[in-house]
Ligand binder design. Structure first.
Ligand code: ADP
Ligand code: MG
Length: 242
């Protein structure tokens, strides 16, 4: 059984149909990379999975649970996912460690001692344990994004959703974040990510999905979708981004 399955997902904003009949399966331990031009629906797709948007039609199942069932506890579902966005969204007035422990303590009722132990372990994981007491402003953009990833990992998510997490970074800081994501996939983390970094997509993706106008036009292994695309639209997109 797939860890995550989207079946016939449709989402519109007013008259603008942004996702048309999306079918997507993500197996445990897989990394699915969404590519496509700006406005193609990549972020909306992730937001639907995270229940930040209510789908108009279709079904999303996570580990067999229908999370699009209106009776579902959306907060409980979200707690099973780690989400990282383009802008790091760290609280500037809180230290690095307090940024990470905030939700576990306030939302999940974890004790401060336990939350801090876990946070330090995650900071260790992203190579920033020595910056636990720093303020976000004292860190580089790449370090801030690594803290955001540590924060997303702290709840032991079954699935990570990453929306263009390197887009806001200076080019020289992109590598450290991509290296971290690459090691997470190697450790078996299941993730869906949107990126403009085609080289990275080719390295980490098990499956690449090309979206255009809210439709998945092509999906498959990176060698095929990026290296030998079947669809003319995919070819055109790739020739623009390379
Ligand atoms: P991408 O992430 O691929 O750039 P998005 O999912 O952000 O694409 O956007 C897809 C389309 O949905 C765009 O036309 C965008 O304007 C529209 N859209 C996204 N969010 C909203 C919203 N909250 N309200 C209205 N339109 C939206
Ligand atoms: Mg987007």
């Amino acid at each position: 059984m797939s860890l995550l399955a989207l079946e016939g997902i449709r989402k519109s904003f007013g008259k603008n149909v942004v996702l048309h009949d999306i079918d997507l399966r993500v197996q445990r331990g897989q990394c699915v990379v969404l590519i496509g031009a700006s406005g193609s629906g990549k972020s909306t797709l992730l937001r639907c999975v995270n229940l930040l948007e209510v789908v108009d039609d279709g079904r999303i199942t996570l580990d067999g649970d229908d999370i699009t069932d209106p009776r579902i506890d959306a907060d409980a579902v979200r707690a099973r996912m780690g989400v990282v966005f383009q802008a790091y969204n760290l609280f500037p007035h809180l230290s690095v460690i307090d940024n990470i422990t905030l939700a576990p303590i306030r939302v999940h009722g974890v004790s401060r001692a336990e939350a801090e132990d876990k946070a330090l372990a995650m900071l260790d994981r992203v190579g920033l344990r020595d910056r636990a007491g720093a303020r976000p402003d004292d860190l580089s953009g790449g370090q801030q994004q690594r803290v955001a990833i540590a924060r997303a990992l702290v709840n032991d998510p079954t699935l990570m959703l990453l929306d263009e997490v390197t887009s806001a970074l200076d080019p020289e800081l992109v590598g450290e974040v991509l290296d971290l994501l690459r090691s997470l996939t190697q450790e078996g983390m299941t993730m869906i990510l949107n990126t403009h970094e085609m080289g990275f997509a080719r390295q980490v993706a098990d499956t690449v999905c090309f979206l255009d106008g809210g439709v998945i036009h092509e999906q498959g292994p990176p060698e095929q979708v990026l290296g030998d695309p079947r669809q003319e639209r995919t070819r055109q997109f790739l020739s623009r981004v390379h």
